[in-house]
Write a protein that binds this ligand. Structure first.
Ligand code: SF4
Ligand code: FES
Length: 371
């Protein structure tokens, strides 16, 4: 008695994802642990958005294989799990890109997501910065096995700033969380279920509060796009520039998408996961005035070109200030450089001969004495 019970800080958990081990605080999800490693090890996420409470668990693109549950119970989990909703355990072993089962399941998820989604990338404003387009390239099939009609909807007007293309919606719920958590009244949500589910503003009520434009930024596809930018340009022809202004409503830190001196679009600044950046721990959502009404460079203090730090068609143009995404493949492959995986010298039994040192072309005699 009398001994004081000392409270110890909870120990970090060790988790191994695709052969890379890190330590994270208890309660961290597998997805967020993978984001700390970065690069290809990180599963794609179409519905999870770290700045929106309750997001995740809807799209299944973030599925991973848990090969060992924990040090205490190293049995594998019987099914693939959604990494955005599953927290790590100490000693957990997770497979993402090293698992054939995950690749297979993700291919299936993409096939399902594309069952109703139109392949209208050539006329869609989201093309070039669309998460589903990227997933389609990585996991999509050439054809479709679906023989029924795609879903169609009556056109719905949701106000002067945002264009809704319901046919493109993948029902990730992100926009409804924005409406719920950022604006003072939620005027839209998901109606009906299953094949009939759709987002709606109920009786086409216009979304007119100050932060509604953020729904455009969180939409992973082209279902919600900026009416003031519509059809004006392809995103890869525009130049992203960081700028700020003194704004009494929001943080005022934005990306201007310019063509020459013309500001075609204003968005929040995005991080490498495609989410809005945080400032002092707070998400940098921007208000509708900054987004839709300040379209002159003179409205802004220009900071300089945006550093593109994720795979993006915008970074393909040898863009100034490009930050290459972190490459993790060498770590995943136990230190081997992927370019050398097919190095003939290491995988062939016969080729022990340094061909480059021969005085002339190799003949069958060259290899006669090679073991
Ligand atoms: S409109 Fe976009 S953000 Fe909203 S549920 Fe559909 S896909 Fe998600
Ligand atoms: S990101 Fe995990 S289920 Fe959608």
């Amino acid at each position: 008695m009398g001994d004081e019970v000392k409270k110890e800080a909870p120990k970090n958990f060790k988790v191994t994802i695709d052969n890379i081990t890190i330590e994270v605080p208890p309660g961290t999800t597998i997805l967020n642990a993978a984001r700390q490693i970065g690069g290809d090890v990180t599963p794609p996420a179409m519905c999870y958005y770290s700045k929106l409470q309750g997001s995740g668990g809807k799209c299944r693109t973030c599925l991973v294989e848990v090969a060992a549950g924990s040090t205490a119970d190293p049995r594998p989990m019987p099914k693939l799990v959604a990494s955005c909703r599953t927290t790590v355990m100490d000693g957990m072993v997770v497979k993402n890109i090293t698992s054939d089962k995950v690749t297979d399941a993700r291919n299936g998820v993409v096939e399902f997501l594309l069952i109703n989604h139109p392949l209208d990338c050539p006329i869609c404003d989201q093309a070039g910065e669309c998460d589903l387009q990227d997933l389609g390239y990585n996991h999509g099939k050439e054809g479709t096995r679906y023989e029924f009609k795609r879903r169609t909807f009556e056109k719905e007007d949701i106000g002067p700033y945002i264009q809704l293309h319901m046919t493109r919606c993948i029902l990730c719920y992100r926009c409804t969380y924005v409406a719920d958590q950022l604006t003072n009244q939620r005027v839209h949500g998901i109606l009906d279920r299953g094949d009939h589910a759709e987002i709606s503003t109920y009786i086409s009520k216009a979304i007119d509060n100050d932060f509604s434009g953020n729904m455009i930024d969180v939409c992973p596809v082209g279902a919600l796009t900026d009416k003031t930018f519509r059809f004006k340009n392809r995103v890869w022809f525009t130049k992203p520039v960081e700028a700020h202004r003194d704004c009494s409503t929001c943080c005022g830190k934005v990306t201007l998408w310019q063509r020459g001196d013309e500001v075609l679009r204003v968005t929040a600044r995005k991080d490498e996961w495609g989410e809005v950046q945080s400032y002092d721990g707070k998400p940098g959502w921007i208000c509708n005035t900054c987004r839709f009404d300040k379209k002159k460079t003179s409205d802004w203090v220009i900071e300089g070109p945006t550093k593109i730090n994720r795979h993006s068609v915008i970074s393909q143009g040898h863009y100034v200030g490009l930050q290459k995404p972190k490459e993790t493949i060498a770590d995943v492959m136990g230190g081997r450089d992927p370019k050398l995986l097919m190095d003939i010298h290491t995988i062939s039994d016969v080729n022990k001969v340094e061909l480059s040192e021969l005085p002339g072309p190799a003949t069958s005699k060259t290899f006669e004495n090679g073991e």
